[in-house]
Design a protein around this ligand. Sequence first.
Ligand code: FES
Length: 130
Amino acid sequence: MAPDEDVISAAPATHYRVELTQTKETYECLPHETLLQGMARLGRRGIPVGCLNGGCGICKVAVVQGSWESTGPMSRAHVSAEEEARGIILACRAAPCSDVQVEVLGKMQKSVFKGWGAPAIGTPNNKTDG
Ligand code: FES
């Protein structure tokens, strides 16, 4: 391995790739940017921008692969501690720490996937919106 390869691999990520599992659609998040901020840049009609502070629960997602960090408190009325431990979180209060795969849950499914074909509405996770 050439010395330069070590330097390149040790460099901090400039962005992380986020994949929506239901549609395989992808977008990028800058480090410390929330999953919802990146999702909003998709420019898709219907992506809700609610309270942006973890209070309304509209942006509930499940991180099914990859790691994330909290950017602030999430309302326990919308995400229990047990759910959060399983990666069920509010996208406005979480930033990816790696490339991640995210499943959109609850009320946001209907708006995000409107006109997108066959969304995964009706999956067991659809019942997790409170
Ligand atoms: S936008 Fe309200 S909880 Fe995320």
